[in-house]
Design a protein around this ligand. Structure first.
Ligand SMILES: NC(=O)c1ccc[n+]([C@@H]2O[C@H](COP(=O)([O-])OP(=O)(O)OC[C@H]3O[C@@H](n4cnc5c(N)ncnc54)[C@H](OP(=O)(O)O)[C@@H]3O)[C@@H](O)[C@H]2O)c1
Length: 215
């Protein structure tokens, strides 16, 4: 079977916003977005990678957080998901938000126009790449050695790969919060229906999972 490019556990508000403006060290998702509100559904699951206490739900939402690494061999992410810095890399001590044990466990290709050497933390190696989406995807597929590639965000990166028609499946959780302004994945989830089939699966937690796959 061919390797897929998958969006997983990406979360937007009911009005389609996935991050706010003015990202900073204190506000990784932008000033107006409280990740505790947007990602409540995921943080409460037993399989959330950041969980430090035992417990958590084992229902539908947990199915998605548990599936996060299933058959994934590489991730592609935008530079603004990796870092709040912009422009040339001034601080090489910045090694992502995730500490010494990033939750990826695969090669990660960080899109950026600014060169930086690769580095490894535990079993995750970050590579910094500049290129059109198709050629970066080719690199990531080769690194994934037959497994699928996750497209990790942020917002403009997902839109860029959708525009290039390279995304095979998306699982997007729509949270029952309204944010108003910010970085928007879509005006409406119906925007993708010209190219994707969709199942809409409500969860008892209040989020609605939208599962898209190519027509
Ligand atoms: N809601 C969610 O589920 C979710 C998930 C992940 C992330 N996020 C949030 O989304 C926000 C980031 O999204 P974003 O739209 O601002 O940025 P982004 O997609 O993370 O990154 C965009 C940046 O990536 C680089 N880039 C993109 N395409 C490139 C290409 N083809 N070649 C070279 N470089 C390329 C450019 O950086 P350079 O300027 O370095 O060239 C560009 O400014 C953050 O707040 C993050 O926390 C939300």
């Amino acid at each position: 079977m061919s390797q897929l490019l998958k969006v997983q556990n990406f979360t937007v508000s009911a009005d389609g916003v996935a991050a706010g403006e003015e990202q900073s060290l204190e506000h990784p998702f932008g000033r107006a977005v409280d990740p505790g509100r947007l990602f409540t559904w995921a943080f409460h699951t037993a399989s959330w990678p950041g969980r430090t206490e035992p417990g958590g739900s084992r229902g539908l939402d947990d199915y998605f957080t548990r599936d996060f690494s299933h058959n994934i061999g590489a991730e592609i992410m935008g530079r603004n998901k990796f870092s709040p810095q912009r422009g040339p890399w001034e601080d090489h001590n910045w090694r992502g938000w995730w500490g010494d044990e990033p939750p990826f466990h695969t090669p990660v290709f960080v899109l950026t126009h600014h060169p930086r050497p690769s580095f490894t933390l535990s079993d995750t190696t970050f590579h910094f790449v500049d290129g059109d989406p198709a050629s970066v995807l080719e690199q990531a597929k080769e690194a994934a050695q037959g497994r699928d590639v996750r497209l990790g965000g942020g917002v403009s990166t997902i839109r860029e790969f959708l525009d290039a028609d390279l995304v095979d499946t998306l699982q997007v959780a729509v949270a029952p919060v309204t944010i108003g302004s910010g970085l928007r994945l879509w005006d409406s989830p119906d925007d993708l229906l010209d190219r994707f089939h969709r199942d809409v699966v409500p969860s008892p937690s209040g989020v609605t999972h939208h599962l898209f796959w190519r027509r």
